[in-house]
Design a protein around this ligand. Structure first.
Ligand code: SAM
Length: 297
């Protein structure tokens, strides 16, 4: 299924962890607290109609089901037909299909979702891929009932890049800075400074939410650092199959593009033992949590 699936589905269901079980487990461990925080800020109550925008394989949506209860509903929406199929399949397995809708539509317009029809719009790491973020915020306001809430999470790549200049894979790259800089340049080229992934920060999200008419807007920037990088313990060959985002090359392809054979082997001789050792790493992240309320008329 993975080979024929669309780009989003291929990435979410395979490339983001390269098919490696440990990398998948680490990814899910990293996502759990984010999911719980987005759901808590959404203040979902039984009976609510909730939309998970850019639902992927349903990280937020399936957790929201227990909160909306038997009389509520979760709309899974995404641009990827393959990921919606995956959500349909999971819903059938969980026997919750009667409380789910699946709608293929972009965040910018949410076609098929009526005005003032949902209590909560929630999303994680979707606006980062959306060029016209203002339209997405205006649309979130359009579909929310008065008093409805947004709860969003987005990585702030601009800040992440600033914080990670001296590292690669979450490990200090200073001793081989010449090589790490060349590899990082391949990823930077895949995410231009003025493109949707890099061209915004937490202040933009705040202004976009306010401009769309939300009240009680809060944006919390979280900078974090951990000595347990997400790829710690992942074998080098497996790590090379991982694609850090859907628009980027795999680590292996980036290294092949950036470095000569001799340089690539110098890079792996330095990093592979560090990653294998699962010690001495420092992975930094920069993320924003956005909440707001659609005002009553
Ligand atoms: C990083 S994944 C996040 C998936 C899910 N929200 C999660 O937390 O696991 C990004 C998701 O956004 C979807 N997506 C990309 N562009 C979109 C757009 N313009 N409108 C709606 N969804 C979009 C992708 O198909 C993918 O499912």
């Amino acid at each position: 299924m993975v080979e024929h699936a669309d780009r989003w589905s291929r990435w979410l269901l395979h490339d983001r962890f390269g098919g490696d079980e440990l990398a998948l487990q680490r990814t899910l461990e990293y996502l759990e607290p984010i999911r719980d925080r987005v759901l808590a800020a959404a203040r979902i109550t039984p009976g609510n109609e909730v939309i998970d925008v850019g639902c992927g394989d349903g990280l937020l949506g399936f957790s929201a089901l227990s909160r909306v209860g038997e009389n509520g509903e979760v709309i899974f929406s995404d641009v990827s037909a393959d990921l919606l199929d995956r959500c349909r399949q999971i819903a059938a397995e969980l026997e919750v299909s009667d409380r789910c809708q699946f709608i293929q539509t972009p965040a910018e317009t949410l076609d098929g979702i009526a005005d003032s029809s949902v209590d909560v719009v929630m999303t994680r790491s979707v606006l980062i891929y959306v060029e016209d973020k203002a339209s997405a915020f205006n649309t979130f306001r359009r579909v929310l009932k008065p008093g409805g809430r947004i709860s969003l999470f987005e990585p702030i790549n601009r800040r992440y890049t600033e914080l990670s200049r001296d590292s690669l894979f979450g490990y200090d790259a200073a001793p081989i800075d010449d090589l790490a800089t060349k590899v990082r340049a391949v990823f930077e080229a895949a995410a231009p400074a003025d493109g949707p992934m890099m061209g915004f920060d937490e202040t933009d999200l705040f202004q976009l939410a306010e401009s769309a008419g939300f009240s009680d807007v809060t944006v919390t920037l979280q900078l974090s650092s951990t000595d347990r990088p997400p790829f710690a313990g992942v074998p080098w060959n497996e790590l090379m199959k991982i694609r850090p985002n859907p628009h980027a090359p795999t680590f292996g392809d980036a290294i092949d593009q950036a470095l000569s054979h001799e340089e690539a082997s110098r890079l792996s001789s330095y990093f592979a033992p560090l990653i294998d050792d699962e010690a001495g790493g420092r992975f930094r992240s920069a993320d924003a949590y956005v909440a707001g309320v659609s005002p009553s008329p």
